[in-house]
Design a protein around this ligand. Structure first.
Ligand code: NAP
Length: 248
């Protein structure tokens, strides 16, 4: 594919949920889009059409971000399609909830591997490219649970807290190379991930949200579009809560 001097954004887990909203929002903002997916191959054709309707182009790359070599290949495919990567959004994530008294070792490991190690893997492989470009924006998707903790989510909160550490350390390392590294910490956002929670949990959560509504995928995508834009050039190492005031 040709590169018409457009900027290029890579979104991990970009085919559904929050990732899809980010892919479409960044396409609207004029980015060429690289969508990584793991299992949602059935959603890719439609997503590419949606991007094209917004006047942009997209390619999709299958890969599991928790695997170092897959992450390397995702970055390689993005560069071979569009020649550069201006924005990396580390959005891919999973939950495997359970109380500490019962949590299985593999449920701890899997959640850390996808959320935290996946974020490391993609940053590790995109950094040399952004350093060479002397520009880039890395945006990690953490969670308010990484800040405040949550019963039943020891694995997930550890991974999301780890992402905050990765964000701040990488921001310090790469600032002198013209690369900004920030994170968002969403609260309760309506997607497949939160759909499975019980009505009781949803009601309790809603009671703790000052703005009195759950967030939408677009609420998150809007802030990420800002972080990806030149308007956020003087922001680095920051964690921005998108949670209706849940954690402050
Ligand atoms: P979702 O609807 O369950 O979607 C998860 C996405 O992650 C899917 O696109 C999935 O891709 C991708 N994914 C999972 N494992 C992957 C892997 N190993 N490699 C590559 N992609 C993988 O979840 P969501 O609510 O949109 O969440 C998106 C991000 O926001 C996650 O990091 C989540 O932790 C974070 N977050 C969500 C909320 C919330 O309330 N929903 C709150 C705070 C933070 P496939 O479908 O292709 O497998």
């Amino acid at each position: 594919m040709d590169n018409l001097n457009k900027k290029v954004a890579l979104i991990t887990g970009g085919a559904r949920g929050i990732g899809k909203a980010i892919s479409l929002k960044l396409a609207e903002q004029g980015f060429y889009i690289v969508v990584n997916y793991r299992s949602s191959s059935n959603l890719i054709d439609e997503l590419i059409k949606e991007v094209e309707k917004r006047g942009s182009k997209a390619i999709a790359v299958c890969g599991d971000v928790s695997i170092f070599e897959d992450a390397k290949n995702i970055i390689k495919e993005a560069v071979s399609a569009f020649g550069r990567i201006d924005v990396l959004v580390n959005n891919a994530g999973i939950t495997k909830d359970g109380l500490i008294l019962r949590m299985k070792e593999e449920d701890f490991d899997q959640v850390i591997n996808v959320n935290l190690k996946g974020t490391f893997n993609c940053i590790r492989h995109v950094s040399p490219i952004m350093v060479k470009q002397r520009s880039g924006k890395i945006i990690n998707v953490s969670s308010v649970v990484g800040i405040a903790g949550n019963a039943g989510q020891v694995n997930y909160s550890a991974a999301k807290a780890g992402i905050i550490g990765v964000t701040k350390s990488t921001a310090r390392e790469l600032a002198s190379r013209g690369i900004n590294v920030n994170a968002v910490a969403p609260g309760f956002i309506k997607t497949d991930m939160t759909d499975t929670l019980s009505d009781k949990v949803k009601e309790n959560t809603l009671n703790g949200i000052p703005l009195k509504r759950f967030g939408t995928a677009d609420d998150v995508a809007n802030v990420i579009a800002f972080l990806a834009s030149p308007s956020a050039d003087y922001l680095t190492g920051q964690i921005i809560n998108i949670d209706g005031g849940m954690v402050m």
